[in-house]
Design a protein around this ligand. Structure first.
Ligand code: KIV
Length: 255
């Protein structure tokens, strides 16, 4: 199974995952050799403009998963199960099947939901775990696992997910020391976001990496490009050229 390859990378090479929500970005990611694409429910915030991921539906996720899958041939695509889609193991299985039908290779589930995860894995649906900050249920987005009880619970969840048979675990917004202890204690790769350098891999929301939103920059985000400026400059140039009658010129017209 293709996701078994991800597991074998633990301790050997870092795993790179990025989110994608559409065909063109997926097509570009397909050429980069990254390991995994996540159709994250961050879709709700970066594509749909909601303040959180809480309004994202299965319909939204399937639509965008199909678009991403059209653009990627080699890289496994993981579908993020949105809020309210894992209410019972049977409901979760039906939704996971919809992701697989849309072309996903596996699904990601937020939080320690043993009944649901067990059911999916028993039905050959690969599951990526997700612990630490859980945006679907969080009131505020901030570092979690700072106090000893919270850290113990997150650590215990990681051990439990590993036992359930997930193929990897996303660690979101936890102290790097806790991420290190988890990484050293589980058999599957950990993929961090705001969880420091000791994780087996890293994930970012593609829009954050590309610098698409001038107003959003949490501490863990490094902007590897500044597309917000590039896009605005390009549009202003287009506007000026149209206003001045410079565009379209003969080169860009059918004569
Ligand atoms: O929805 C998402 O993009 C995610 C990542 C931040 C891991 O869950």
């Amino acid at each position: 199974m293709i996701l078994d390859e991800i597991k074998t990378k633990k301790g050997k090479e870092k795993i790179v995952m990025l989110t994608a929500y559409d065909y063109q970005i997926a097509k570009l990611l397909n050429k980069t050799g990254i390991d995994l694409i996540l159709v994250g429910d961050s879709l709700g915030m970066v594509v749909m403009g909601y303040p959180s991921t809480k309004k994202v539906t299965m319909g939204n996720m399937v639509y965008h998963t199909e678009a991403v899958v059209r653009g990627t041939k080699q890289i496994p695509v993981i579908g993020d199960m949105p809020i309210n889609t894992c209410k019972t193991p049977a409901i979760a299985l039906r939704n996971a099947k919809d992701f697989i039908k849309a072309g996903a290779t596996g699904v990601k589930i937020e939080g320690h939901q043993p009944g649901v995860i067990d059911k999916l894995i028993a039905n050959s649906k690969p599951v990526m775990g997700h612990i630490g900050l859980l945006p679907q249920t969080a009131i505020k987005y901030h570092l979690v696992g700072k106090n000893i009880n919270e850290a113990k619970r997150i650590f215990a969840d990681a051990i439990a997910l590993d036992k359930l048979g997930v193929f990897s675990i996303v660690l979101e917004c936890i102290p790097s020391g806790l991420a290190q202890r988890i990484t050293e204690s589980v058999s599957v790769p950990t993929i961090g976001i705001g969880a420091g350098k000791y994780c087996d891999g890293q994930v970012l929301v593609i829009n954050d990496l590309l610098g698409m939103d001038e107003d959003f920059k949490p501490k863990y985000v490094k902007r590897f490009a500044n597309l917000s400026v590039l896009i605005q400059k390009s549009v202003i140039k287009f506007k000026q050229e149209v206003k001045k009658g410079k565009y379209p010129d003969d080169e860009h017209s059918f004569l």
